[in-house]
Write a protein that binds this ligand. Sequence first.
Ligand code: GAP
Length: 514
Amino acid sequence: MAQQEDVFKKIVSHAKEYGFVFPSSEIYDGLGAVYDYGQNGVELKNNIKRYWWDSMTMLHENIVGIDSAIFMHPTIWKASGHVDAFNDPLIDNKDSKKRYRADVLIEEEIAKFDDKIEKEVAKAKKRFGESFDEALFRETNPRIQEIVAKRDALHERFANAMNNNDLNELRQIIIDQEIVDPISGTRNWTDVRQFNLMFKTEMGSTADGAMGVYLRPETAQGIFVNYLNVQKTGRMRIPFGIAQIGKAFRNEIVARQFIFRMREFEQMEMQFFVRPGTELEWFKQWKETRLRWHKALGLGDQKYRYHDHEKLAHYANAATDIEFEMPFGFKEVEGIHSRTNFDLSQHEKFSGKNIKYFDPELNESYVPYVIETSIGVDRMFLSVLCSSYEEQPLENGETRVVLHLPAPLAPTKCAVMPLVRKDGLPEKAREIVNSLKFDFATRYDEKDSIGKRYRRQDAVGTPFCITVDHQTLEDNTVTLRERDSMEQTRVNIDDLNALIHDRVSINALLRKLS
Ligand code: GAP
């Protein structure tokens, strides 16, 4: 685990050193859980967004996109339940003056039981060696049974407190479990209070005319309130979907793990409107479709798993997360939710407008049911970055740092390098850049030794390097070096475009999906 934490630290500093992600407002000592994307980061992020957008709007003839405003009428957030219920339960330690999420403190306590179990298993494995039957040991060992019973009892008590919104009980659990503040080491806790995660600001210039508005905490509501505009102007028939990519804002209390939990982040959401009664069939279909989208990137099928929700939000009748194995464990990257007709019905109620869909096949009007797929761009970025990073030992004893980014997502697709800065090689290299740049993100690089230049491109995940040497001037061929295998082949300049295109185009990824 400690080793994984070290790797994660290295990834974070690599992201900064190579222009992927910078802490926001760094020269002013940063701003908590807010980050900026640098010259390479923005390209990788844009490519992720392009892959998602095209997979939604180009591969499905019944899905279209929109781009709604971040500011929305404040009543929308009352209708959606965010004003009353988009809360985290907080507790303060009176000695350290630090604030924590009460639910997270308890979840961490529950996780300690799991750690204890794993330690017992590891100890027994060592003791019994080859003959060890792990499954039997887990099922029958009295010590393990005792820990499991304690864990399950705590879990049940915690789940009940959360379901009943019982803040006193949450505090009591923290007291009974003797949970201490990691900073002060004391158990001097305040009461638990609810804290709303939405950022609020004012719209309008005069003090009495100003209206309190929120920065949206999800992009989905912009889709809900526009669904009938899109349906009517686009002559859409159910089932149909609306996709959107945009910023969302949450005043996260425990903001940790780099860009995993941010206060300003980006979502890619798609709401799929269906006939009531068909939603669970569509839910199943979207679960599969979305996992296929992830796996097509080739980051490793074993790195994904579903986490089906047992405790459902009051408006949902099915929900699952797609989790990805980050260096700090399996974590949610995407949520797929069957949201029933909750949001649309609420907007109908709060706006007083009829927003029913008229179904010409059934000759009746109804409020559609909705399946939502919701993925965080930044979490997707983090999963791609973490799984691509490698410190690879080489045969000559050196180590290279390489990002094995899926080629269609790489910020730069190819770098063109003259072997030396004379004899007309730079001019020839620039000629190649000028012919490739219309199709691919192409860079010219002539500084330092060729080995250093290769390493520089490996570190930012460039799939191809093209080297121009003296032979190029004679026979119009160059060396094409592939990032992962480091294999070099001699190819004709006229063939470069086709060779690169096959590997780096987003189309190739999209084809895997259909
Ligand atoms: N409309 C549904 C919705 O917003 P969510 O599970 O709260 O559902 C969806 O968020 C996705 O947005 C998550 O799976 C995650 O990838 C991303 N996300 C949520 N909060 C985030 C945060 N604070 N920082 C980065 N990404 C976040």
